[in-house]
Design a protein around this ligand. Structure first.
Ligand SMILES: *[C@@H]1O[C@H](CO)[C@@H](O)[C@H](O)[C@H]1NC(C)=O
Length: 215
């Protein structure tokens, strides 16, 4: 335990604030998105325009992401640093991880667009086809994987071992979020396809892999 407490200072409030912020974000967007799907909550709030409602949700998720990243940085600054992680090799690894991670995040946002990235399907704004080109050909969840890599990159850059723990928390949380979100969005698209089939138009396979929405 002394080994561990040399590497992580669990008594710092900033650490727990970062943990709460990390846990909060996916819970927030899932609650809001399902409420939108069931009751059109946001769409009603902005006067009946689903696209505007989705942009509003996008702004809130994006802002919460920036706040979370800030709180993560503050937490790491107040944590013990590891001598080993201060080797130049780790700085190089950090830079590579950051490049790969941000490429995954930015390119998936580019491919999906704002409504595709920020839960537009819950607003009834569906993608016409499943995106299978880069970065979706290298990762099922490029937004989540890329975001996790950026967290790890920051941990290595700052040489703070606690960042590796927090990255594991982020990664695990995204895995849980996928288990919760994917069957639901799959069903949204399956429903669309059933309705299209009934109306006699050609059916495209259900889009799934809604892996995104986070920076
Ligand atoms: C993914 O697609 C990109 C171009 O869109 C291509 O350069 C790359 O080789 C592909 N990767 C895999 C693993 O298929």
């Amino acid at each position: 335990m002394t080994f561990f407490s040399d590497l992580v200072d669990f008594s710092q409030p900033s650490l727990w604030i970062a943990v709460v912020s990390i846990l909060f974000n996916p819970i927030y967007w899932n609650i809001v998105a399902r409420s939108e799907y069931r009751n059109k909550t946001l769409t009603k709030l902005v006067g009946g325009n689903p696209r505007l409602g989705c942009y509003g949700l996008a702004v809130s998720i994006f802002s919460l992401g920036i706040l979370r990243d800030h709180l993560y940085n503050v937490a790491l600054d107040e944590q013990p640093k590891s001598d080993i992680l201060h080797y130049g090799e780790f700085k190089l690894l950090s830079a590579i991880l950051f490049l790969v991670g941000s490429t995954l995040v930015v390119s998936s946002m580019w491919k999906l667009g704002v409504t595709g990235t920020y839960l537009g399907d819950y607003f009834g704004i569906l993608m016409s086809d499943r995106v299978t080109s880069f970065p979706f050909n290298v990762s099922n969840n490029p937004m989540y994987d890329g975001s996790s890599l950026c967290f790890l990159s920051t941990a290595l850059w700052k040489g703070a071992p606690v960042g590796i723990l927090l990255t594991a928390l982020v990664y695990f949380e995204y895995k849980v979020a996928c288990l919760y979100e994917e069957p639901f969005t799959y069903e949204i698209y399956a429903k669309r396809d059933r309705e299209q089939a009934q109306n006699g138009s050609s059916s495209k396979g259900p889009t799934s892999s809604r892996a995104k929405k986070d920076l």
